[in-house]
Ligand binder design. Structure first.
Ligand SMILES: C[S@@+](CC[C@H](N)C(=O)[O-])C[C@H]1O[C@@H](n2cnc3c(N)ncnc32)[C@H](O)[C@@H]1O
Length: 392
């Protein structure tokens, strides 16, 4: 196994778990004739029932886990998001809120709490997560923090029909499987996975037609001249996923927050090794084959692709901005200024959260918010400070 970094040691149970997933991967690679597309590898490594990173017992979120997300480290993020949700629910005259990929449930708890304070609770708070393992954790978080609101929360096994209200998802797109490609002087190769020396390893092969066509389209559309060996990622299933979610939304707004870029920047020639990143106990590295099942694997989001897929699915592109501007538009300044009831430690903590969420070198610019709407024309306050739709 080519562990590029000096990663923390595994417990015996973790080593057994990872070896079991390794065995499952080996079988799958063999069944596929010795070569597996990277998206299939990522699907198995993250979501294989009982074995994948999100589908088994790893702690994942928070200080004792592998990575932190905005709602985990900065509750004020969810309070600001609640301001945007309250505005939409008010304009719609009420509705449901569907959260996709709710992780540990902290954002659901904080959103519900703030919406209650604003007398803007959704009729139902629906949660759909591909990981069945996380459902129990979400239930525990909500029972511990907003027990009196549990009656409004429903866990779904599939997308609902005819939703009127909101769909929200934080860091869900970056956790979806991507294909990895390499550009060889105009020829598109796929970086897939073979079983080599007892572990999964990169293996370059001619790209399957669907991937090759998609990559050539990217090259044409960005007008980029990629150097030989240029490597990057593409989520070939994004449009289908978005069409499915859009199909569930009869009227209202979908808000997605994630790290990513407009297509031209994402696929700029100088970003020549893509955006694939792995997280293991707060170490970042680029080896997706180290510790399969025990580490997160992510890739940045092409927000132009999100906008195009949404429009193809009949949604309007209602807003796109940096996370910093989205939060500022949703009263971040007021939350930070309104500290009369807080002690010194809480005040310091709150300003630390605000800096983390908004500074360009932290999460402020890497993360973006995008709003996609159906039958909803009112302006969205989160995009009033700075609207970057023209960059997509
Ligand atoms: C990086 S975590 C983010 C969790 C949480 N939203 C947060 O911000 O802390 C990604 C989450 O998305 C879920 N997920 C991934 N793909 C999904 C999909 N297609 N539909 C619903 N949930 C998904 C994962 O199981 C996991 O809970």
């Amino acid at each position: 196994m080519s562990v590029a970094l000096d990663l923390p040691a595994l417990s015996p149970e973790e080593a057994v778990h990872s070896a079991r997933l390794g065995e499952r991967l080996r079988e799958e690679i063999e069944r596929a004739g010795g070569w597996l597309g990277f998206a299939r590898y990522m699907q198995l490594a993250l979501y294989e029932p009982g074995l994948g990173y999100y589908s088994a017992g790893a702690r994942k979120f928070g200080a004792a886990g592998d990575f932190v997300t905005a709602p985990e480290v900065a509750p004020v993020f969810s309070r600001c998001l609640a301001v945007q949700c309250a505005e939409v629910l008010e304009n719609l005259g009420g509705g449901d809120l569907l959260e996709l990929g709710a992780g540990s449930g902290v954002m659901a708890a904080a959103l519900l709490g703030e919406l209650e304070r604003r007398s803007a609770l959704p009729r139902r708070y629906l949660i759909l997560d591909v990981s069945a393992d996380l459902r129990q954790r979400q239930q525990e978080t909500l029972a511990a923090t907003v027990p009196h609101l549990l009656g409004r929360v429903e866990w779904l096994d599939r997308l609902p029909d005819g939703l009127e209200g909101l769909v929200v998802a934080n860091e869900v797109l970056d956790a979806q499987p991507v294909e990895r490609f390499v550009w060889r002087n105009g020829v598109v190769n796929a970086l897939g996975v073979a079983w080599t020396g007892g572990t999964p390893a990169w293996s370059e092969a001619p790209a399957p037609a669907r991937l090759a066509e998609a990559v050539r389209r990217l090259e044409r559309e960005t007008g980029a001249t990629w150097p030989d060996g240029y490597t990057s990622e593409i989520n070939l299933d994004l449009a289908d996923w978005l069409a499915a979610v859009a199909g569930a939304l009869a009227r209202g707004v979908m808000l997605l927050v994630d790290y990513g870029l407009p297509r031209r920047e994402y696929y700029a020639p100088e970003r020549s090794d893509g955006t694939l990143l792995c997280h293991f106990r707060h170490r970042f590295h680029d080896d997706p084959f180290a510790r399969p099942g025990l580490q997160d694997i992510t890739a940045w989001v092409d927000f132009t692709a999100v906008a195009e897929a949404a429009q193809a699915a009949g949604l309007d592109l209602a807003g796109y901005s940096t996370q910093a501007h989205f939060l500022i538009g949703n009263r971040l300044g007021e939350f930070v200024a309104n500290v009369a009831d807080l002690d010194v430690v809480e005040r310091v903590n709150l300003s630390r959260q605000a800096m983390l969420l908004t500074l360009p070198g932290e999460m402020g610019e890497r993360f973006k918010a995008i709003a996609l709407a159906r039958g909803y024309d009112a302006p969205l306050r989160g995009f009033a400070v700075r609207d970057l739709r023209h960059t997509l």
